[in-house]
Design a protein around this ligand. Structure first.
Ligand SMILES: [Zn+2]
Ligand SMILES: [Zn+2]
Length: 295
């Protein structure tokens, strides 16, 4: 099985499992809500269905961004993964914004809502399932180095965190009824965290689309590798461009002895290119402009 196929299968498997668990969690919440006659928990369960959107986006897009380059898309389909991460990040922003919005509304209205005890059970189930899903997803994501899968993992952890305030709300209103508003404050803190995570996902996508260069230390390392090549006397004008989240295409000038034959010079280029491709896994394309040293 090729590396691409392997990654694709892992992404499909992990997003199917996510989809299934998110579905089960949503159903359990709705059943608990009906049993406890709590509109809030039923609403929360319906909201859980929206968590399935990220899984579906990932499930159906993976086969496109794993596709090899072809005549129409000569640099491959890596940008689709960037778009997917952007969508996951944006959905997460909406979750964070919604959480903050409800927390502020609750604080302003000063309405004392005594949560149902059964809501604590729903919250605990959510926290355990989503945290487990986070851990499973992040392990699989690192195995195949999939940034999109890492993004979805962070969505799961955000879901786990966003259930903590409703759990706190039940506990606090049961034991310290005077501090009923603390869960709204907790929800505000959690929403801040979720919005931060969403920015961490969206920001690199913007850098990617705008062709921000690779970090300076990577550029220094590439120069160093090139200069280690036998026959290379100098190198400059290195430019980098991210095709996908961790997929880099670079071009650079190298200088060699001007009296060498075209054949010799070309061989040196080939060696420098092979060295770079070997050493830096994320670099998939190298274009070298050859010139005599005095240039
Ligand atoms: Zn969610
Ligand atoms: Zn030059």
């Amino acid at each position: 099985m090729t590396k691409e196929n392997n990654s694709l299968n892992t992404i499909k498997k992990v997003s199917l499992i996510s989809l299934l668990i998110n579905f089960v969690v949503a159903i359990i919440k709705i059943i608990l809500g009906v049993m406890g006659q709590s509109q809030a928990i039923i609403a929360d369960g319906i909201h859980s269905f929206s968590d399935m959107i990220s899984d579906v986006v990932l499930l159906f897009s993976a086969q496109f961004f794993s596709k090899p380059a072809d005549d129409s898309f000569q640099h491959g389909y890596h940008k689709i993964e960037v778009i997917v991460i952007f969508i996951i990040g944006f959905l997460l922003f909406l979750v964070g914004f919604g959480t903050a919005y409800h927390a502020v509304l609750n604080l302003i209205s000063r309405e004392i809502v005594i949560p149902e005890k059964i809501a604590a059970i729903a919250a605990v189930i959510s926290i355990i399932c989503k945290e487990a899903l986070y851990r499973y997803t992040i392990i699989e994501a690192k195995k195949i180095k999939s940034t999109a899968l890492v993004a979805n993992a962070w969505h799961h952890r955000s879901d786990a965190l966003s259930s903590i305030p409703s759990f706190l709300g039940v506990l606090i209103s049961s034991y310290f009824p005077d501090y009923y508003y603390i869960d709204s404050f907790a929800a505000l803190i959690v929403s801040g965290f979720i919005i931060h995570v969403s920015w961490e996902l969206v920001n690199p996508c913007l850098d990617n689309i705008l062709d921000r260069s690779a970090p300076k230390d990577l550029i220094d390392k590439i120069y160093k590798t090139v200069l280690e090549t036998q026959g290379v006397l100098g190198s400059h004008k290195l430019r980098t461009r991210y095709l996908g989240p961790a997929t880099l295409s670079i071009d650079l000038h190298i200088q060699v002895d001007g009296n060498l034959s075209v054949d010799k010079g070309h061989n040196i280029c080939g060696e420098a290119k092979a060295k770079i491709l070997n050493k830096f896994e994320e670099i998939i394309d190298v274009i070298i402009h050859l010139e005599p040293e005095h240039d």
